[in-house]
Write a protein that binds this ligand. Structure first.
Ligand code: GLC
Length: 554
């Protein structure tokens, strides 16, 4: 396999609004990120992905862009951005921006122009339809309601797969594609390492528009239904790669849900459209067409199976990007560990099992200190549009307000968006002002400053984990070695080998709050990492403590 510069890197996602506020306005900013670069370097991360910081009305927290060439003043200036790129480079780090091109903001000049003259050239930048003919399709927007809304001041409707303030760009129009490529190249010229590519699977719509079988009493159907019928996205993605990323050897990771069975090679194979794509197999586990209130809770066994299934699918094809959480998901430790079992030891086990899977390891801000879901005192403290929609869906389904709040709290995107807990001072040291979203009340117990002083903290464990993955004796095994699941039938145990010609490494976690015995195929060799103080073993038999996690040669 041809080696690429990004194969052995460790990635870290920054959600700038909640990362670190340097000027006291309650909103994280670029200067805040610059101030924390040494912290990130010390942690061992190489590549930073920034969620959007472009000019935006922030209807969907920056995933609604009104100027692709400008930084939103709440985050800083273009000079700050240039400084961040330069400062990252000085430290040998790379920067990825978020590429949000399925849609723009309804405040983008293109959309303004389309409203003024829907039959003019900018009308064709969007999907418009004549109001008098009714809605061209019965698809439900990802944030609720129909994807079709009236185009203000006209006799037309426009399409938005996401919020009504996020009109979809018409990728069938070559002018739109040219504008997008021009912008990507403009940013790559500035010295970016590449992009995380937002919601990209949605750019191809099955045309002409039509209805599909409704899946709720609202008569609408999920967008995932229309995606099953969309053919030919490869032409757009191949063209985008040729016109942009390939020229710069840029790294790209796609946010790709709903891929078709046999398409993985096209997406992330050696000549794939992208360098990598996220593994969302665990994320989507238990989803219900009815909404969040009806999600099935994932168990440790399910988690193990989801990870291994995804690994099997990608084997011999390419690199998945592995996460336990991101800005759209609840905190991984709250989701994938049983309720009430969020000890530092259990958090380390989950982090370790995920981090050493084959693929690219991504850490989401705060994960490295074991940040947990927050508690929403009422729906009024929720900011996220998706949670607000799902709350209404739950109410409509007959849940009481208390039940609806409880149900959506477990999956709310705001869980991951509470400010990073830097220290035990007011507002967790995130801001000297009032944070845009309340800090999690557990910040006095869980924060960076305390964990930096503590050799046994979750943070110290993540540093060791990263160092192990980069250790010259093992790096190639972790990056290129095969992943072979083992003891798969043994309940509450997740274990796998990472194996190449040099090493066989065993990664093993006792996924429960009780001790467990396991008899290995070979006696353990050197213990490379242990989240407990000791290891009890007798020959090939290990006596694992609750949530014990180990990496060893074998
Ligand atoms: C992606 C983003 C999410 C956003 C959506 C629409 O899923 O990760 O935050 O709301 O796209 O842009």
């Amino acid at each position: 396999m041809e080696r690429k510069w990004w194969h052995d890197k460790v990635f870290y996602q920054i959600y700038p609004k909640s990362f670190y506020d340097s000027n006291g306005d309650g909103i994280g900013d670029l200067q805040g990120i610059i101030q924390k670069l040494d912290y990130l370097k010390d942690l061992g991360v190489d590549v930073l992905w920034l969620s959007p910081i472009y000019q935006s009305p922030l209807a969907d927290q920056g995933y609604d862009i009104s100027d692709y060439y400008a930084i939103d003043p709440r985050f800083g200036t273009m000079e700050d951005m240039d400084e961040l790129i330069a400062e990252a480079k000085k430290r040998g780090m790379y920067l990825l921006m978020d590429l949000v091109v399925n849609h723009c903001s309804d405040e983008h000049p293109w959309f303004e122009a389309a409203k003024k003259d829907p039959d003019g050239p900018y009308g064709d930048f969007f999907y418009l339809a004549d109001k008098k003919d009714g809605r061209p399709s019965n698809w439900r927007s990802c944030f609720g309601g129909s994807v079709w809304d009236p185009l203000p001041g006209t006799d037309k409707l426009y399409l938005h797969i996401f919020h009504r303030k996020q009109p979809d760009l018409n990728w069938e129009n070559p002018r739109v594609r040219r504008e997008i490529y021009k912008n990507i190249n403009w940013w790559l010229e500035k010295g970016l390492g590449g992009f995380r590519i937002d919601a990209i699977i949605n750019i191809k719509k099955p045309l002409p528009f039509c209805d599909y079988e409704p899946d709720r009493s609202d008569g609408l159907c999920s967008v995932s239904e229309m995606l099953k019928h969309a053919e030919g996205i490869g032409e757009f993605l191949g063209e985008m790669k040729r016109e942009t990323f390939a020229k710069y050897d840029a790294f790209t990771v796609g946010e790709v849900f709903n891929i078709k069975e046999d398409e993985m090679r096209d997406f992330i194979g050696p000549d794939g459209y992208f360098s990598s794509m996220f593994d969302f197999n665990e994320t989507i586990f238990g989803e219900s067409p009815n909404g969040w209130y009806d999600m099935k809770k994932i168990t440790g066994e399910d988690y193990k199976n989801c990870c291994f299934e995804a690994q099997e699918r990608a084997e011999g094809i390419g690199f998945l990007s592995n996460i336990i959480e991101n800005h759209d998901e609840p905190r991984g430790v709250s989701r994938y560990l049983p309720e009430g079992e969020h000890s530092p030891r259990a958090k380390k086990m989950l982090g370790g099992l995920n981090f050493l899977l084959k693929g690219l390891p991504f850490i989401y801000q705060g994960q490295e200190i074991g940040m947990e879901n927050t508690v929403f005192s009422s729906i009024d403290v929720v900011d996220d549009i998706s949670t607000l929609d799902q709350y209404q869906v739950a109410l409509d389904a007959g849940l009481s307000p208390e039940e609806a709040l409880k149900a959506v709290s477990a999956y709310s995107r705001d869980n991951a968006r509470t400010p990073v807990q830097w220290d035990a001072s007011p507002q967790a040291g995130f801001t000297s002002g009032t944070p845009w979203l309340s800090v999690n009340s557990n910040y006095r117990e869980i924060n960076v400053a305390a964990q930096e002083q503590d050799e046994t903290s979750v943070l110290s464990f993540y540093k060791k984990l990263i160092a192990l993955r980069k250790h010259p004796d093992y790096r190639d095994t972790f990056v290129y070695g095969r992943l072979i699941p083992c003891h798969r039938e043994q309940k509450h145990l997740m274990a796998y080998y990472r194996k190449d010609a040099q090493n066989t490494l065993l990664v093993i976690g006792n996924y429960q709050n009780r001790p467990q015995e396991v008899t290995l195929e070979n006696a353990p060799g050197t213990i490379l990492l242990n989240n407990c103080e000791r290891l009890a073993a007798d020959g090939k038999t290990l006596f694992l403590e609750p949530y014990q996690f180990l990496v060893m040669t074998i």
